[in-house]
Design a protein around this ligand. Structure first.
Ligand code: OAD
Ligand code: ZN
Length: 260
């Protein structure tokens, strides 16, 4: 494992040679857009809770309004922020590789849509999408208007989740909670993309949440080079060939540019 604070020649050569790239992203890639990561301290209504406390079926069963409002607030926050240069660099790299007959596959643990808004196509949303809702009982999907509050400030009062139009039970966010299965198709598409890649880039994830955190390990089967982009050491830094220790908004443009 080599720890670097900038893109060097070796990374440049790997990136130039790569025809099939697989990227696994996490909350850190959206941090510079102003979206708090999961392991940051919270404010307002949620200051007594960690994000991990709220992202569970048990939390929703215990206090549906608190959990529902947290996700609606994160939705409204997302509607007020923009993709950052890290997202744009991946989108541009994907476009150029496709023009050259290659592929860059993005699998994200993020429930936001910032990769898409930067112009990228996402192969898999491993933890679902925050903009999807469904019935907590009968799973019927439901469309809702954007939340009315200002996402920069947490709302003062929690609101109850609306009722399902089919069965009257509560709606829930279309995300994967701790203890729930990942969508199988998304997991399989990501596994295949990593197995077929000739370069794997892991960006902005703590590597703490399974099974997503194990996906990059599939690259070890064929000895595919692994690059981590993260300002901090993570649970999975050890298996990386290169760790670029810096923010993705700076590092990813440099990585993508080194392909030219
Ligand atoms: P975490 O919040 O666990 O980790 C965020 C990572 O981003 C950390 O390793 C930070 O060092 C890194 N980071 C912070 N700023 C960065 C920057 N500017 N550039 C690059 N990296 C930066 O987020 P995830 O690993 O995505 O799941 O969390 C995984 C899952 O746990 C989430 O999808 C969510 C959560 O609970 C569910 O809700 C099921
Ligand atoms: Zn229902």
């Amino acid at each position: 494992m080599r720890i670097l604070d900038e893109v060097n020649h070796e990374i440049g050569s790997l990136v130039r040679a790569a025809r099939r790239v697989a990227v696994l992203s996490g909350a850190g890639i959206s941090a510079e857009s102003g979206v708090p990561t999961f392991r940051e301290v919270q404010t307002g209504l949620w200051e007594r809770f960690s994000a991990e406390d709220l992202a569970t079926g048990e939390a929703f069963a215990h206090d549906p309004a608190l959990v529902w409002t947290w996700y609606r607030w994160r939705q409204s926050l997302l509607l007020q922020v923009e993709p950052n240069p890290g997202h744009s660099a991946l989108a541009g790299w994907q476009r150029r590789l496709r023009e050259a007959g290659g592929e860059l596959s993005i699998a994200t643990q993020n429930v936001d849509d910032l990769h898409e808004r930067a112009g990228a196509e996402v192969l898999a949303h491993l933890h679902g999408s925050i903009f999807a809702h469904r019935c907590a009982e009968c799973s019927e999907p439901a469309e809702l208007a954007a939340p009315e509050y200002d996402g920069l400030e947490p709302p003062e009062q929690p609101e109850q989740p609306p009722a399902c139009a089919c069965c009257g039970s509560s709606l829930r966010p279309g995300v994967v909670w701790f203890g729930e299965m990942l969508p199988l198709k998304a997991f399989e598409l990501t596994s295949d993309a990593i197995r077929q890649a000739d370069l794997v880039v892991v960006v902005g994830t703590s590597g703490l949440v399974q099974p997503a955190a194990s996906l990059p390990l599939l690259a070890l089967e064929r000895g595919t080079p692994l690059i981590e982009v993260n300002p901090e050491e993570t649970e999975i830094s050890e298996v990386m060939d290169y760790c670029l220790r810096g923010p993705s908004g700076t590092m990813l443009p440099a990585v993508a540019e080194s392909a030219r």
